[in-house]
Write a protein that binds this ligand. Sequence first.
Ligand code: FNR
Length: 359
Amino acid sequence: MSALFSPLRIGQLDFSNRVFVAPMCQYSGVDGLPSDWHCQHYGSLAVGGAGAITLEATAVAPEGRITNGCLGLWNDAQASALAQLINSLRRLSPTRLGIQLSHAGRKASCHPPWAGGEALAQGGWPIVAPSAIAFGPNRSLPSAMTEADFEQISQAFEDGARRALRAGFDYLELHLAHGYLLSSFLSPLANCRGDRYGGPLSNRMRFPLEVVSKVRAVWPDSKPLGVRVNAHDWCDGGAGFEDTLALCHALKSAGVDFVCVSAGAVVDGTRISATPGYLFEYARRVREATGMVTRAVGLIHDSQLAEQALCDGVADCVAVARAMLFDPRWALKAAYLLGEGARFPPQMMLASPERWPGA
Ligand code: FNR
């Protein structure tokens, strides 16, 4: 059996294979609610053979949206709409369904990427961050978080987790990567606070860990809780990989079941020269140092590369993003290419290459 298509257990939950669809914002919601686009998009992924789909970064508070089109879980109507969406996905396939909870922090209140991604000039909202430092020249200036903000935002994460549970998700991911609010606390380039939430790493980790603990307290042990982290800041003076390792140890102690080692913009203009599997080494080191279930990501668009990574002990599973947009049935093809036979749903059986020898 291939490594990629062997079953995986995280905590008490079984996954039929080790291919995860990575969380990918669609910026296509209305008032935080999923739209027809989401039904179609996630429906096509659900029949694509992946062991799990993590629904996109979903804001725990209206101010925590990147754009007006982001999904939300700050009210019960949103929880009901997501419950409806995932119930329909469950009727299509046994793939596990998770959701990523997020707060965009200083990267909130923007146009979607296809409209330039800059700060909303009209219809935007006040944003918060560890310190009053804008993400970039065309972004809004955030206010530094007050005591009340800390309380409100950690409560919003807790409430979002409760709603995700009520909606019926199998697992939960918290977004501690890519420069959004929790990630920005970790970076000395975004967090210049002089209080107990800034300065040494133990202080910079404090708020993200408070949020993780609050969420873990309401998210049942029977369901995995995962976290997405950045390998490092890719910027002079930013958080380094040693910081990430220390963070992952702390996340494990806080009851986190799996970690996805990613990379992304903490500071505007950061350039990462990405090549296939460019984050593997970081994932491997996190896995070896912490023993946590580790998910690799980053240009894993070739099934053989994914297979090799698992065989080499880089990670326990992989997340695939852009390749899934081009080809939502990436995992079905990967299974075939890795000699797993056709794992097609019965409706697709006639498309199986095994039925068309030589085609
Ligand atoms: C992303 N990514 C992303 N990451 C995340 O943690 N939450 C999110 O909601 C999103 N949204 C998102 C939207 C779109 C359209 C893309 C292409 C990407 C990052 C994504 O999950 C992944 O980490 C990167 O794309 C790298 O993986 P690939 O694309 O090289 O497989």
